[in-house]
Write a protein of this length. Structure first.
Ligand SMILES: [Zn+2]
Ligand SMILES: [Zn+2]
Ligand SMILES: [Zn+2]
Ligand SMILES: [Zn+2]
Ligand SMILES: [Zn+2]
Ligand SMILES: [Zn+2]
Length: 195
């Protein structure tokens, strides 16, 4: 089976990553695992979730506008800062150009609740951010580095529990299909399709 992705000129094939193979996803730059879409002549690889990500998504962190999947950042710096995790990205982003909101694909599909081995309770994602300088910076309970109030975190909502961690410390899970497709009414070509 061959596939075509809007961000790449050649056809892609599905491939199962072997143990010890170090392939990086073009969409998010993270290491690939399980099944990926591959163009071997270009060494172009995509996680299944990055290749299958919708072109438009209605995201709970930015309800006012649809976020649009961009194959490259639209800024002159040719990189973006993810509003979710605060880490720079240089390829795929879910973008609201009006508000300069950008998200990595895996950050856009973080699960609402996760269970982490280091904590007894379930933790919930919080999109609450503030641009104000926090006088007493909080530390991530997993990596012990500072938690920026400008970015998302997972926190425990049990009364009296102050467990709060970075999104990337809490989970590497990607839940595709979590958010509503927010495509405009006119038909849009799919991001990925069989040929
Ligand atoms: Zn990826
Ligand atoms: Zn190629
Ligand atoms: Zn991110
Ligand atoms: Zn917006
Ligand atoms: Zn952390
Ligand atoms: Zn707790």
């Amino acid at each position: 089976m061959e596939y075509k992705h809007f961000s790449h000129q050649h056809t892609l094939t599905l491939y199962k990553v072997q143990q010890g193979q170090q392939l990086h996803c073009h969409g998010c730059h993270r290491l690939c695992h399980d099944s990926i879409f591959a163009c071997w002549s270009c060494k172009f690889f995509l996680h299944e979730h990055c290749g299958n990500a919708n072109r438009f998504v209605k995201h709970p962190s930015h309800k006012q506008h649809p976020l649009i999947l961009m194959p490259n950042p639209t800024y002159c710096s040719s990189s973006f800062l993810c509003n979710g995790c605060g880490v720079a990205g240089s390829t795929f982003s879910y973008c609201c150009a009006l508000c300069e909101v950008d998200l990595h694909v895996p950050c856009a599909y973080l699960p609402p609740k996760v269970k982490h081995q280091s904590h007894e309770h379930e933790i919930c994602i919080s999109y609450q951010t503030t641009q104000e300088k926090d006088s007493t910076p909080q530390l991530c309970k997993i990596c012990t580095r500072e938690l920026s109030s400008k970015h998302w975190s997972y926190l425990c909502d049990m009364a009296g529990c102050t467990f709060r961690v970075h999104t990337f410390c809490a989970t590497a899970e990607v839940k595709l299909g979590l958010h509503q497709d927010d495509a405009p009414d006119q038909a849009q070509p799919p991001v990925l399709f069989y040929i």
